[in-house]
Design a protein around this ligand. Structure first.
Ligand SMILES: *Cc1c(COP(=O)(O)O)cnc(C)c1O
Length: 772
């Protein structure tokens, strides 16, 4: 019904975009972590109440019905969820903006905990069909891999002839992205890889080439089969490069085809089209656009380069070396021979330009070369081929300018800008926390829904005892819902009056789940020594997936689960602390957990978390943050003030100074801190019940591998901050005031704000009104 309801608007939206020939943006991303969209589509169309009432009359519970929708998990974590929030905001603001990605047959694996360890199950999300997608077979395009390129001079012009390639048919599946309270319906176009012929060629079969035909079919289908399950890590696998070029080439071809229908000359492309690349994964869009402009449109290099760089813009998402993409030249050249030649030429011209412009020596090019040491540096390609490079939080952008991309910043300061991430308040507040949304409507009116900055109006109720009681009641209700989920699923009873202290995010050494665990172990040790020890009861909640090949992260999951088993059953500590690991963190699980949290754990090693968006979801739902001055935590602190957040630990500058000095003295810290010494020894001396030698690797990574993420160094500051937090929670009036303060200041972290900035500063696009 919703599909039918919006289909006329969808057609109308495309018609208006074509007729007005307004500039449109295409957001290229390897990941879109949509989650379920029935409920948010109902919110956005304004049909939620009507449908709820009508279904209730039929004896159908909408919430139960919603569970039938697969959670579209075409992403790993923050980067993919950002792309989904951005699509929602573009449509809500009436901006002509679309998504371009891959229709993975298998999304991110489903996580189960078996014998306290992570087990991965395939996410066959399409098995019963996906109600929101529309296959557009007539819009298919061809993408070519491998083969050889012949250069020829014909009538004085260089031409490039690509032969011996393998061809893949890229078929788009379109998903409608419905605007809130307007008539806009934008498009998320997901590309599916198929053999050129629908079924393998019968002629082949007859010639006895049956096996070859089947092999080809399987080779093709692998391209859009799986999402690589690594977050903030570069696997460097050739299939991954194939995936990147597959969706980028298909996406760029379909943009050009659409543009050419306007009849405008190709030279005006950048006036009508913006292509945004989400991290370097789609950076081959730069040479691919060059290829089309040179080889198919017949433009000169300079004209093509001018158009390309004015069209493309790039967001950097990380400074961690292990996450930066570098493709071996040999692999790249074999897979994409024509694209390789273009990258080589871009590199040659750029290096020459820099040499003449700044009179530097050949050796100094190392910091900017796109091809060096046998690798293609995709971040360098992205910076050189874009007119805009942005970081995702103020501190991250500063680090890009001062460190990772410093030589580029020297050369092109005007390219660099910051766009702090955001989250859609429609999903993360209105959908996830209807109780809070209702209370806000009753208190400050509904303006905040269209203008999330208006959340500031609740600040005047910060010290209003009646409002505080209402806020407390909403939180209590959400905590009871989560407690009942945990009871049903795991048979574990948790007290909804305890502090719900939550860390949900991918499991990664830099996010420091270990630091959180060490605080729990320390509390447990204190309670064992003195069961009367006066602490506020706390439930520590974890959720998050580890990449299947990431051993240390999987050991962290195991440690959490083993400690949970031991602590939750220990009669001595009398239920003062509990530990829960929730399986299968996903968008839908997040919608249950964020609204129930009292405490948001954002404790990454300073400088490592580019922005974080989980931090914003917690804040918007009234949780208080305990965290380092990293990513958007810095801006959260500036927004709420130091009194309404718990900041601790090394700063990014301090961390980077230690790195330059080769680390810090781990053993000094170990020897001076008895509590830390106890905890570390407990990892390997059998104190963790059921564990023998399994946590030696964690122990060694801290003590014998230089504690790369400063877990030990930040431990005492973290414990002190936790003690302050415990005290603060005892003053419920004060705590609720801070909670209200966080909600009031959350408006700037709506992705509507982020997207307005992208639209105004980078894309130069304007809202287009779609008539009803
Ligand atoms: C928001 C979100 C993330 C990102 O969380 P961070 O704490 O910023 O790392 C990851 N996964 C899911 C499912 C999310 O909703």
């Amino acid at each position: 019904m919703i599909r039918d309801y919006i289909s006329a608007r969808w057609i109308k939206t495309n018609k208006v975009y074509t007729e007005t020939s307004e500039k449109q943006v295409y957001y290229f991303s390897m990941e879109f972590l949509l989650g379920r969209i029935l409920n948010t589509n109902l919110i956005n169309t304004g049909l939620l109440d009507t449908c709820q009432t009508a279904l209730a009359e039929l004896g159908i519970d909408l919430a139960g019905l919603e569970q039938q929708e697969p959670d579209a998990g075409l992403g790993n974590g923050g980067l993919g969820r950002l792309a989904a929030c951005f699509l929602d905001s573009m449509a809500a603001l009436g901006l002509p903006g679309h998504g371009t990605g891959i229709r993975y047959k298998y999304g991110l694996f489903e996580q189960r905990i078996v014998d306290q360890q992570q087990v991965e199950l395939p996410d066959n999300w399409l098995k019963d069909g996906y109600i929101w997608e529309y296959r557009k077979a007539d819009k298919a395009v061809t993408v070519k891999f491998g083969g050889t390129v012949q250069m020829r001079r014909i009538n004085g012009r260089l031409t490039f002839e690509h032969s011996g390639f393998e061809a893949v048919r890229a078929v788009p599946y379109d998903v409608p992205i419905i605007g809130y309270g307007n008539n806009t319906v934008n498009t998320l176009r997901l590309w599916n890889a198929e053999p050129i012929q629908a079924e393998f060629d019968l002629a082949c079969f007859n010639r006895g080439e049956y096996l070859k035909a089947v092999e080809y079919k399987h080779w093709v289908e692998r391209v859009s089969m799986i999402l690589y399950p690594d977050d903030n890590y570069d696997e460097g696998r050739s299939l991954r490069l194939r995936q990147q070029y597959f969706f980028v080439s298909a996406g760029v071809q379909s943009i050009i085809r659409r543009f050419k229908k306007t009849g405008l000359p190709i030279r005006q492309l950048a006036d009508k089209v913006a292509i945004h690349i989400n991290d370097t994964h789609p950076a081959v869009a730069i040479p691919e656009l060059m290829r089309i402009l040179l080889d198919e449109e017949g433009l000169s290099w300079d004209a093509a380069w001018d158009i390309t760089t004015r069209t493309v813009s790039y967001t950097n998402h990380t400074i961690m070396p292990e996450a930066l993409e570098k493709w071996p030249e040999v692999m790249f050249k074999a897979q994409l021979p024509r694209i390789y030649l273009i990258v080589e030429e871009i590199n040659k011209r750029y290096c020459n330009e820099v040499l003449t412009k700044c009179f530097c020596r050949q050796e100094q090019l190392a910091g900017i070369a796109i091809i060096a040491g046998g690798n293609i540096n995709m971040a360098h390609l992205a910076v050189v081929g874009s007119h805009s490079v942005n970081g995702v939080a103020a501190i991250h952008t500063e680090i890009l300018k001062k460190h990772l991309l410093q030589p580029f910043y020297q050369l092109h300061p005007g390219k660099f800008n910051n766009k702090t991430n955001g989250i859609t308040h429609r999903r993360w507040l209105i959908k996830a926390n209807p109780g809070l949304a209702r209370l806000l409507n009753d208190t400050i009116g509904e303006c905040w829904i269209k203008h999330p900055g208006d959340l500031i109006n609740v600040l005047q109720y910060r010290d209003d005892p009646a409002f505080k009681q209402q806020i407390a009641a909403v939180k209590q209700h959400n905590k009871a819902l989560l407690a009942s989920y945990i009871k049903n699923k795991y048979g574990l009873t948790i007290d909804p009056c305890a502090i719900f202290d939550v860390q949900i995010k991918r499991i990664h050494a830099y996010k420091r789940q270990l630091l959180n665990i060490f605080h729990i172990m320390d509390l447990y040790n204190r309670l064992r020594q003195d069961p009367a020890c006066d602490i506020v009861p706390r439930t520590f909640i974890f959720a998050g997936k580890a990449a299947p090949g990431y051993y240390i992260a999987k050991q962290v999951i195991k440690l959490i689960n083993m400690l949970a088993e031991q602590i939750n059953r220990d009669p001595v500590i009398r239920e003062k602390i509990k530990v829960v690991f929730l399986e299968n963190y996903s968008v839908s699980l997040g919608e249950l957990v964020f609204p129930a949290a009292d405490v948001s754990e954002q404790i990454s090693t300073a400088s490592k978390e580019a922005s974080g968006t989980g931090n914003m979801k917690f804040m918007m739902n009234g949780a208080l943050t305990i965290g380092t001055l990293d990513g958007a935590n810095v801006e959260i602190k500036n927004a709420v003030g130091a009194e309404n957040i718990f900041i601790f630990g090394l700063t990014a500058e301090e961390v980077m100074t230690f790195y330059r000095q080769g680390g810090y003295s781990v053993w000094d810290v170990y020897n001076k801190d008895e509590r830390l010494k106890t905890i570390l020894n407990q990892l390997i001396n059998g104190s963790v019940r059921g564990a023998q030698e399994e946590f030696r690797s964690l122990y060694d990574s801290l003590l014998y591998n230089n504690d790369e993420y400063f877990v030990l160094k930040d431990f005492s500051a973290y414990v002190d901050a936790q003690t302050l937090l415990d005290n603060a929670f005892r003053d419920q009036a004060g705590w609720l005031g801070s909670s209200i303060h966080n909600i009031a200041k959350a408006g700037i972290f709506s992705s509507d704000r982020s997207i307005r900035e992208y639209a105004d500063d980078i894309w130069k696009i304007r809202p287009v009104i779609i008539p009803g």
